[in-house]
Design a protein around this ligand. Structure first.
Ligand SMILES: NC(=O)c1ccc[n+]([C@@H]2O[C@H](COP(=O)([O-])OP(=O)(O)OC[C@H]3O[C@@H](n4cnc5c(N)ncnc54)[C@H](OP(=O)(O)O)[C@@H]3O)[C@@H](O)[C@H]2O)c1
Length: 235
């Protein structure tokens, strides 16, 4: 297993939900974290050694934000070993919707945002020799079982992006994983009529899985990690 000490991990969507739980878990276990958030002034994790935390602006809708966040992380810590793309939205976009504005927005946040951060971070991840990219996709990126077509399209695309990164970075030690949960108890899942919150996956448990993914050596790798909170037909 790779030691967390001295390893620098960027996390988007670190303000809330899954990204926040991952940031807290990684900091507690000794990683150095670069938290990408839309409002850096509003972000705080009490009791953290400031030498192991950078809080930087990242808004997926701002094309310049990704390279700026990567550059600031590399300048502050001198290396980047991991990237967790957790920022995302789930605006309802149906096949029959004439207005493509919401589709463009969800595509930009859920797909082009991660793509831009990966593109900027890749040279640093390759230089690490054990670079890791973890894309928080969804079981909606593996099967379709609700009308939110736009969300599913973006999550399938994020799985495809993960596999592209695996192909591209493998020879330089970069490994990529798509994490695909079902319902996770966060603001995004909200009060669901389908499943009570205490029967959803907890973000803290996903954070343990992500921590493990970040510590596995180059020779023990997981391309897709499907996480169920309930029985499904196939996955
Ligand atoms: N919750 C679930 O059931 C579930 C299941 C499967 C997959 N996922 C995926 O897990 C990831 C995290 O979701 P979550 O459940 O933690 O959701 P959440 O609690 O709603 O948090 C969403 C995060 O994304 C950030 N974000 C939203 N728009 C952004 C933008 N334009 N630029 C940068 N950051 C932005 C938010 O920042 P602000 O605080 O600034 O809004 C927040 O940190 C998402 O990709 C989601 O699709 C969630």
């Amino acid at each position: 297993m790779l030691s967390p000490h001295g390893r620098v991990v960027m996390i988007s969507g670190a303000s809330r939900g899954i990204g926040r739980a991952i940031a807290e878990r990684l900091l507690a276990s000794g990683f150095t974290v670069s938290a990408g958030v839309r409002q850096p002034g509003a972000f705080a994790i009490p009791g953290v050694d400031p030498a192991r935390l950078l809080v930087h602006r990242y808004d997926a809708k701002d094309r310049a934000a990704a390279p700026a966040w990567v550059a600031a992380t590399a300048e502050r810590f001198g290396r980047i070993d991991g990237l967790v793309n957790a920022a995302g939205i789930n605006t309802m976009t149906k096949v029959i919707d004439e207005d493509e504005g919401p589709l463009d927005e969800i595509w930009e946040v859920n797909v082009k945002g991660p793509l831009r951060v990966i593109r900027a971070a890749l040279p640093h991840l390759e230089a690490s020799g054990t670079g890791r990219v973890i894309n928080v996709s969804s079981l909606s990126g593996k099967r379709v079982r609700n009308p939110n077509n736009g969300y599913a399209m973006t999550k399938f695309a994020l799985v495809a992006l993960t596999h592209s990164v695996r192909q591209l970075g493998w020879d330089k030690g970069v490994r990529a994983t798509a994490v695909c949960p079902s319902f996770v108890s966060t603001d995004m899942s909200g009060p669901s009529p389908k499943i009570p919150r205490d029967q959803m996956t907890q973000p803290e448990d996903l954070a343990v899985l992500v921590e493990t993914l970040l510590q596995l050596p180059n020779t023990a790798q997981i391309a897709e990690l499907l996480v169920n909170c309930r029985l499904e037909d196939m996955l």
